[in-house]
Write a protein that binds this ligand. Structure first.
Ligand code: SF4
Ligand code: MG
Length: 336
């Protein structure tokens, strides 16, 4: 079957005062109906930029986009604004990390949920209000019929995040792009919100792109995983396979900085040393090379000189051979 969302060779560049930022380079992905894709990477890896590009929310005055973004057959990169506006809400909606900036402090929560519904369906004020109450119930706000008239500041952080989810889902979008939807919340509320997204997805059959810097967040919440580094896909595959035996040294690093929720003692987090390269002048070779401990295994200056190809299916953008990475992984990363 045709994927609901298909991105081909996406490149996104911004013009800044300092030069051109290569935010996303050669990104391809497919997402089928009812599936969830996790996109994981550090901040500045191109995750959010990709999400915004799918919704056509980039600023055309300083952003250049190449490649294809097909959403249910509609090319998004060249679609005129009125077409995009219709698609946003109906077909695709976004949940942002920060509910305080996404929700206006000046309007009631209910009104902010009802407005997009009215706009897209032409429903009456009364029906839209009923719909807002229904949505607040759906996302688990107690006393929804009363809370619908509250302002965002009267909600807790977790409730605001739920309200934002209600706002995103009010028009039954077929694709939801959730950008760090739980980052600002404590661990318990994070788990509740992810459960909620999963439940709503099972009811509606929608597809989800879950963007996060936290490998722990995606582990139980997604079907497939895409790891991004410096604007590129460095590893991809079914989430279970990637977590069981990740191929890329960067993914090993992410795994090492993942809190072990299952153990009693809190394992120390090992952050990946170093910082991502500047996206103003991407290095010619592997973007992870300055932080990678395994370049000598590859040998010569290959990692520095030659850019490893982005994986098309299960795989990694790395010059290590399958045997080398298996040996390193089993002996050093996850010794038995
Ligand atoms: Fe490390 Fe080389 Fe693989 Fe890049 S290509 S991740 S530098 S071993
Ligand atoms: Mg981001």
């Amino acid at each position: 079957t045709t994927p609901f969302l298909s991105v081909r060779s996406l490149r996104v560049r911004f013009a800044t005062e300092d030069g051109t930022v290569h935010a996303v380079d050669d990104l391809s992905l497919d997402l089928h109906r009812g599936r969830t894709l996790g996109v994981v990477g550090e901040s500045g890896s191109g995750k959010s930029v990709t999400g915004l590009a799918v919704l056509g929310l980039h600023d055309p005055r300083n952003t250049a986009i190449e490649g294809e973004i097909l959403l249910d057959g509609q090319e998004m990169t060249t679609a005129p604004e009125p077409v995009l506006e219709k698609l946003r809400g109906d077909k695709v909606a976004m949940i942002f990390q920060d509910s305080l900036t996404a929700l206006s402090p000046y309007y009631t929560v209910g009104r902010q949920i009802a407005e997009p519904f009215r706009k897209h369906t032409g429903a009456s004020r009364r029906d839209a209000r009923l719909r807002a109450v229904e949505m607040l119930e759906k996302v688990g706000i107690p006393n929804a019929a009363l809370r619908v008239d509250d302002y965002p500041h009267q909600f807790s952080g977790g409730m605001r995040q739920r309200a934002m989810i209600a706002m995103s889902l009010v028009c039954d979008p077929e694709l939801l792009i959730a950008d760090e939807p739980t980052t600002a919340l404590d661990v318990t509320v994070q788990a509740q919100i992810l459960d909620l997204l999963g439940d709503l997805q099972r009811q509606s059959g929608s597809s989800i792109v879950l963007i996060t810097h936290d490998l722990g967040v995606v582990a139980n919440a997604v079907d497939d995983l895409l790891v991004m580094y410096a604007g590129r896909v460095v590893e991809r595959g079914p989430v279970r396979e990637v977590l069981r035996e990740p191929y890329h040294p960067y993914t090993w690093g992410l795994l090492g900085s993942m809190p072990r929720l299952t153990s009693d003692v809190e394992a120390p987090l090992t952050p990946i040393p170093g910082t991502p390269p500047s996206l103003l002048a991407p290095p010619p070779g592997c973007p992870f090379q300055p932080r990678c401990a395994y370049t000598s295994l590859v040998g010569g200056d290959r990692c520095e000189a030659e850019r490893p190809e982005a994986p098309a299916g299960r795989g990694a953008a790395c010059h290590l051979t399958a045997e080398q990475r298996r040996t390193v992984f089993t002996e050093q990363i996850r010794p038995l």
